[in-house]
Design a protein around this ligand. Structure first.
Ligand code: NAP
Ligand code: ZN
Length: 349
């Protein structure tokens, strides 16, 4: 079926309206009429070929929510009309250790929601800045939030799970002091989720203007990371730092804030490397520098259910599809509170 989408034909071109095709649902497929799609900084990195290997046309979008509109003959877990979501994963090998562990995100054959290998036209996957998507049922998530919150649920499918997974893995919770660096789409979810898990949350921002906002999001304390004396008040005190910054920066300034055995996990994925940290900053307190990539399907469902139960959604700015290039400019200036979400009904206009 032909559907309307927004995408780019080259790294140097703005996104524009285009028609794409979706396969008819196979036996295990769920066809979803997309209602909203969040805008992740990874979309900018990939559509502009800042990471290796972008294929064109590139239709980004991996924070997808909508309603089931058709089902393959063997799908048992969903029915037409269900509210569902799709995140960053639309396929994987389904039988390796990672898939068996529900960590499809680490499967060597994980297929991204866009720019991944597929036999569907045009030979690579096309994402959620579109009216419809067809996905194997294993990678479809159930949404239990009220429908009125649907647009603000969309960012949970990437920003939510990408912060939830490391927070859970490194045991954010009561009696743990957790830092969240960078208050953008990921960072604002990291603050909300770490707070809801019971941790003492310290937000680190380069933007003086986000000080009050970070407290409103749930941080107990806020540090403007450009101020060395403010940073020093947290020296050797944090159990975990979740670093979401989308650009290379000095990691040592944050490593010095970890207590003995503390971990800083990088989730921000800048196009060029960070300056290498000082080895002594790691060995002196047995600190760890780690990374984490999105999350598996079962933990994504766990996060969505936790958020539904605790009334957690993203703070969003709803945009029309034809505002996407302007939205990218604002994200690059750190000027979004805190996630743009495309109303895909505007694709039809
Ligand atoms: P975003 O909304 O643009 O937020 C990034 C934040 O980083 C900014 O709001 C800003 O916060 C801070 N920042 C400081 N200096 C910056 C600079 N020079 N350039 C850009 N940001 C700067 O981005 P996002 O959607 O949260 O994504 C953040 C990063 O995570 C991206 O690199 C993205 O590709 C990556 N990501 C990784 C995964 C994964 O699986 N690991 C998943 C999704 C996204 P302050 O104003 O508070 O300083
Ligand atoms: Zn993302």
């Amino acid at each position: 079926m032909t559907v309307k989408a927004y995408g780019a034909n080259a790294a140097t071109e703005p996104l524009q309206a285009m028609d794409i095709t979706r396969r008819a649902p196979g036996a295990h497929d769920v066809q979803i009429d997309i209602a909203f799609c969040g805008v992740c900084h990874s979309d900018i990195h990939q559509v502009r070929a800042e990471w290796a290997g972008t294929l064109y046309p590139c239709v980004p979008g991996h924070e997808i929510v909508g309603r089931v509109s058709a089902l393959g003959a063997h799908v048992s877990g969903f029915k037409i009309g269900d509210l569902v979501g799709v995140g960053c994963i639309v396929d994987s090998c389904k039988h390796c250790d990672d898939c068996d562990a529900g960590l499809e995100n680490y499967c060597d054959h994980m297929v991204g929601t866009y720019n991944g290998p597929t036999t569907d036209a045009p030979g690579h996957t096309l994402g959620g800045y579109s009216q419809q998507i067809v996905v194997h049922e294993r990678y479809v998530l159930r949404i239990r939030h009220p429908e009125a919150q649907l647009a603000a649920v969309a960012p949970l499918l990437c920003a939510g799970i990408t912060t939830w997974s490391p927070l859970r893995h490194w045991k954010a919770g009561p009696d743990r002091k957790v830092g969240v660096v960078g208050i953008g789409g990921l960072g604002h979810m990291g603050i909300k989720l770490a707070r809801a898990l019971g941790a003492h949350v310290v937000a680190f921002t380069t933007s003086e203007s986000k000080r009050a906002a970070a407290l409103a999001l749930g941080a107990h304390e806020v540090v403007v990371s450009r101020h060395a004396e403010e940073m020093a008040t947290h020296a050797k005190s944090l159990d975990l730092i979740l670093n979401t910054v989308a650009a290379p920066h000095d990691l040592d300034a944050f490593l010095a804030l970890l207590k003995r055995d503390g971990t800083m996990t990088l989730v921000g994925a800048p196009a060029s490397p960070h300056p290498s940290p000082q080895v002594f900053n790691l060995i002196m307190k047995r600190r760890s520098l780690a990374g984490s990539m999105i999350g598996g399907i079962p933990e994504t469902q766990e996060m969505l259910d936790f958020c539904a139960e605790h009334g957690i959604v993203a703070d969003i700015e709803l945009i029309r599809a034809d505002e996407i290039n302007y939205a990218y400019q604002r994200m690059l200036m750190g000027n979004v509170k805190y996630r743009f979400v495309i109303d895909t009904a505007t694709l039809a206009a």
